[in-house]
Design a protein around this ligand. Structure first.
Ligand SMILES: [Zn+2]
Length: 469
């Protein structure tokens, strides 16, 4: 009895797992093929080619009916493998402005030897897709490309022109960045009222239950600064009172002890208000207190125990690298530190430099901005035209799951689009467990169910935006 029950259960499980694979709708099966091709096209800086991935996606768009003139493949002679593409689906309205679907197609390096499975083969296992880029950001790149293909095949005639941009260089500092290149060199091609980007999502708890949805509305700017001090040095057997290492470490310590003042944007104000309601308890009370009075140090101390809340409340600067001295038996002639700052939207990198100079208060320690020097992050407005439809549609697709606008403390390509005057939003819809997603790390994965659900939501949402006046 027990055994037969066990066998029955095993057979049932086997049946349901095969039927799971077989019950993909035809449109989902087509999506899976596209996603697989994109993921399996290596797009790392070292060995991959975004240009090849773009050509492959262009071929699919053309097969769906896009004319050659609707597709722009771009790359520069200096960086022939870092290309991208823009595809355009013409809208019917003469007045409604276009929308832009943006995704980066480059991925972080992944070494086969370190991974359990081949990072450049799409492997479906235990309810997850495993591969480098399975989540970041090829899930979204595939969803947008697939949406354009379905729009075309359906004969969808949107009011707005819908544009797709697949770009390279998001993951590597100093690489050729396709979003930046387009914003500077082809602003008309990508011109849009707003862009839909990565950075939003949804959170699953450890049991797989949907906890919350987020739309990214604004992000901090990354800027690195070099702290440097020099000294005549000399023989270490005769120390002198002034010492490059001591000057530098004193400066670094001051940076470490300094807290930038609390600031709010429309996004973070809404985020903390909703988070306070959802969290309750001591944290909820402290969040409410900080919102009412940013100078409430006791409340700040409670809120700031959460490292990401701490970072969302202010500009942060942290020492990340040290380099000093030239010999064990010599007084140091030079000492340097890199301080990595995450600058609150609306604050310039020069303002932060002036603040670092002030708190260090030692003219012998110079503070300089390290290239690349970032433009000031302009926070996109928390527009009801963008947030409203996303929230309303989420109530249908994910009933009972609250949606919260968030300001990212990390970075995406969004600031580059602000060079072309395009406010950019990180879309909700793809649910992830924070733990074990492997994004940027080992064995990157995404829940198969989350990906298909997110795709349905994002397709419907893009369609709603596309038909706005
Ligand atoms: Zn990434």
């Amino acid at each position: 009895m027990r055994v037969s029950k066990l066998i029955a259960a095993t057979v049932l499980a086997a049946l349901s797992s095969t039927s799971m694979a077989q019950t993909l709708r035809p449109d989902q099966a087509a999506f899976r093929e596209l996603y697989k091709e994109l993921v399996e096209t290596n797009t790392t800086q070292s060995e991959g080619s975004c240009t090849l991935a773009s050509e492959r996606m262009a071929a699919r768009l053309k097969a769906a009916g896009f004319a050659d003139s609707d597709i722009t493949l771009f790359a520069t002679p200096e960086k022939p493998k870092d290309g991208g593409l823009v595809a355009v689906l013409k809208g019917t309205s003469k007045t409604a402005k276009p929308i832009l679907l943006l995704a980066h197609i480059d991925v972080v390096e992944a070494r086969r030897a370190d991974w359990v499975r081949d990072p450049f083969t799409l492997i479906e296992e235990g309810g997850y897709f495993y591969a480098r880029g399975a989540a970041d950001d090829k899930s979204q790149a595939a969803i947008w490309t697939d949406a354009m293909i379905r729009f075309k095949k359906e004969g969808f005639k949107p009011k707005r022109t819908v544009k797709l941009a697949l770009t390279c260089g998001e993951e590597s500092v100093g690489a050729f960045n396709g979003a930046e290149w387009l914003a500077i060199n082809k602003p008309d091609l990508i011109a849009a009222e707003f862009a839909l980007n990565e950075g939003g999502g949804g959170r699953l708890d450890t049991s797989g239950k949907k906890v919350s949805l987020s739309m990214q509305v604004g992000e901090k700017t990354v800027q690195n600064y070099l702290l440097e001090t020099t000294n005549p040095g000399g023989h270490s057997s005769v120390p002198r009172p002034d010492n490059a290492i001591y000057s530098l470490t004193a400066a670094v310590t001051k940076v470490g002890q300094y807290e930038f003042p609390i600031q709010f944007s429309d996004t973070t104000r809404t985020f903390f208000k909703r988070t306070a309601e959802l969290t309750g308890g001591e944290m909820g009370k402290a969040l409410t207190a900080v919102l009412a009075n940013p100078d409430d140090k006791a409340a700040d101390a409670i809120v700031s125990k959460d490292a990401s809340f701490h970072s969302m409340l202010r500009t942060t600067c942290v020492a990340t690298m040290l380099d000093a001295g030239h010999a064990m038996n010599a007084l140091p002639q030079r000492a340097r530190a890199v301080v990595n700052c995450r600058v609150f939207p609306g604050v310039s990198v020069d303002t932060v430099k002036a603040e670092l100079d002030r708190i260090i208060g030692d003219p012998s320690v110079s503070v300089t901005k390290i290239e690349p020097i970032r433009p000031m992050a302009v926070p996109p407005p928390l527009s009801p035209k963008v947030f409203g439809p996303a929230e309303k549609l989420a109530a249908k697709h994910f009933p009972g799951v609250p949606m919260i606008p968030v300001m990212s403390t990390g970075g995406t390509d969004a600031p580059y689009l602000s060079l072309a005057g395009i406010p950019t939003y990180g879309m909700p819809g793809i649910f992830q467990q924070l733990e074990g997603s492997g994004v940027h790390g080992l064995n990157e994965r995404i829940s198969v169910k989350s990906l298909y659900e997110g795709r349905d939501y994002l397709f419907a949402l893009a369609k709603i935006y596309a038909n706005q006046d």
